[in-house]
Structure formats: structure tokens, C-alpha cells
Design a protein around this ligand. Structure first.
Ligand code: RRO
Length: 311
């Protein structure tokens, strides 16, 4: 296994689940917690109260890609904060969802008041499937959200990160990096990327979209590896150039040890697995780790920081 750190948290392995996959209820969360090669457990993005989410069918999975319009189905923050059999040696990230800045702040205040959560917080600023899409799709909206959260919550002591959507243009990376750099709220890490918004596919037996909410449009996962890699590398390059100490977690399209290696080459300090975990179950963590380890030993590397892209 290859250790890593994110903010001030240490992990014995650097491969985690992606929020939203295998992490909604106790059974799934404890399975991840007991899976040695899953380095950290990230909860489903939560709301203040339990939320039923969108109507079914809302998931479509194949071996190569997924489309989802879950709509933030989750058990509410208290469940993830108080109700979990998390073993003490495993770091947990609570993914904070919510439909508004006020709801995000209410959830954050609960986490801060409880003292039950020494782990990390991944603020999901990029859900593609809600009426009110996440603030990170636009730099000004993200700036206002981070400012509001800082005003309402003050400094947050937990290791804190933002789950971002995919961006496509250099100006977008620069604008978002500016916002993160200038925010009074201390951001320790970012996770790139959430699913690609508004994908659609059709069931040609019945001539209908494969999922039902929102006219069949949902977030695309799975075959999005080059988009995820480009987002990680773009932010890592900007952060390094500016001397910013912000870790980047890669997410999107990991199906093999080679894909994991590519994220590390792009500069990620950890990697999250979504669609592949959904299809293959928690045994994928050991498989990915072993495949990755073979590549590392073939190249004579002993630690993640030995992996450096030749530009
Ligand atoms: O719940 C969802 O529909 C969902 C969320 Br919050 C997210 O961040 N990303 C996604 O693909 N689905």
C-alpha cells in the first residue's frame, strides 16, 4: 500500500471511494471501513435532514460508464455524524451537500459543534442534478458561497476541501484557482472531478431515456478519465506555480492500476473510485492497489512522490 496525506490527515493507502458510491447507509460505510485497501471513507453528500432524492430509475451503469440523477438521496447529517461504526484507525470524510449556502452552513455548524468528527470535510460545490446547481460552476458564485460560509461558520478546523465540477478552459482553471487562493476560508484540498453534467443515453428496446428524472439527463461517470486527469494537472500546475499548499484528489474514470498511476502522474495525492466501485464492489480497492504496485515496482518507484510527469 502507498501512504499519503491530505491536509493534516494521514492515510495508509491513497485510494478512496468517491462520494455517492457505496456510502449512503451503515452497511455500505462499514464495508468500506473494513476494506483494508480503501484508504479513507467518504460519505454520500448529505443534507441537514434525510432526503429522498429523485425518482427511480435514476442510475444507469455499464462496465465503461454511468449516468446518475440521484438527487442527493441521503440519511441526513446526524446519521453520518453520530450513527456510524467507523473504526478509529480509518479516516472519514463527511461530504457536505445541501441545496443552498444556508443549508451548507447549518450542516457545517453541526459538524463543528459535535466534536464527533476529527476527519475531513469535502464540501460538494458541484452537484449537477439539483434545480439549484452547485456554486462551483461559476467562479463568482463560488466566491460568494465561500465568503458566506466563512461569515457564518468562521474558521473550520477539520481538513477542508471542495468537490469541483469538470472545467474545460485555462481561463476557468485560473479563475477558480484565484477564488480558492483569495478565500478567507482555508481550503486544504480540492477533489477533481464530479460527474460530467447533463449526459443522456437511450434504451432502444423501449425508445426512452435510460434514467427518468430531469428528462433523462444526469451526471456522466466512468469513461471520463482524460477530463479528470486534465483537471487535476491544470490545478496542480497552477497551485505549484503560485506556491499554494493545496492538495488535489483525482476522481473520474478509474478502472485499472494504470488509470490510478496516471492520476498520480498528473499530480494527485489521492485517487477516488466511483463507477468502477459501483460495478465491482469493495474488492476493487485491493485489485487497483495491486495493479498500481506492479507498475510502481516495474518503474523502480517506492513512494507516490517518485512519480513525476516529464513535461
Ligand atoms: O446526488 C446526486 O445526484 C449527485 C451528486 Br450530490 C453529485 O455530487 N454528483 C452526482 O453525480 N450526483
Amino acid at each position: 500500500m502507498y501512504s499519503t496525506s491530505i491536509g493534516n490527515l494521514y492515510f495508509e493507502n491513497f485510494i478512496f471511494n468517491a462520494s455517492g458510491v457505496w456510502c449512503t447507509n451503515n452497511r455500505q460505510l462499514s464495508q468500506l471501513a473494513e476494506t483494508k485497501h480503501c484508504g479513507a471513507v467518504i460519505t454520500k453528500s448529505c443534507t441537514l435532514l434525510p432526503h429522498i432524492g429523485n425518482a427511480y430509475p435514476k442510475y444507469h451503469f455499464t462496465d465503461s460508464y454511468s449516468i446518475n440523477s440521484n438527487g442527493l438521496e441521503n440519511q441526513g447529517i446526524d446519521y453520518y455524524l453520530y450513527n456510524q461504526p467507523y473504526p478509529p484507525h480509518k479516516s472519514i470524510f463527511i461530504s457536505v451537500g445541501g441545496h443552498s449556502n444556508d443549508e451548507r452552513c447549518d450542516i457545517l455548524k453541526k459538524i463543528m459543534a459535535s466534536k464527533e468528527h476529527p476527519g475531513g470535510i469535502e464540501l460538494n460545490m458541484s452537484c449537477p442534478n439539483l434545480g439549484d446547481i452547485g456554486p462551483a460552476y461559476d467562479p463568482q458564485t463560488l466566491e460568494r458561497s465561500l465568503e458566506y460560509i466563512y461569515q457564518q461558520c468562521g474558521e473550520i478546523k477539520n481538513t477542508l476541501g471542495l468537490k469541483l465540477p469538470p472545467y474545460y478552459f485555462q481561463e476557468q482553471f485560473l479563475a477558480i484557482a484565484d477564488v480558492i487562493d483569495k478565500a478567507k476560508l482555508r481550503i486544504d484540498f480540492i477533489t477533481c472531478v464530479n460527474s460530467v453534467p447533463n449526459a443522456i443515453d437511450f434504451d432502444i428496446d423501449n425508445d426512452i431515456p435510460v434514467i427518468s428524472p430531469n428528462g433523462g439527463y444526469g451526471g456522466l461517470g466512468g469513461n471520463i478519465l482524460p477530463i479528470g486527469l486534465a483537471n487535476v494537472k491544470s490545478f496542480v500546475d497552477i497551485f505549484r506555480k503560485r506556491g499554494l499548499n493545496i492538495d488535489v484528489i483525482g476522481c473520474g474514470g478509474v478502472q485499472s492500476g494504470e488509470d490510478v498511476y496516471k492520476y498520480i502522474l498528473a499530480g494527485a495525492k489521492a485517487v477516488q473510485v466511483g463507477t468502477h466501485l459501483w460495478v465491482g464492489g469493495p474488492s476493487v480497492f485491493e485489485e487497483l492497489t495491486k495493479e498500481f504496485a506492479l507498475i510502481m515496482s516495474r518503474k523502480g518507484h517506492t513512494a507516490l512522490h517518485n512519480v513525476v510527469v516529464k513535461n
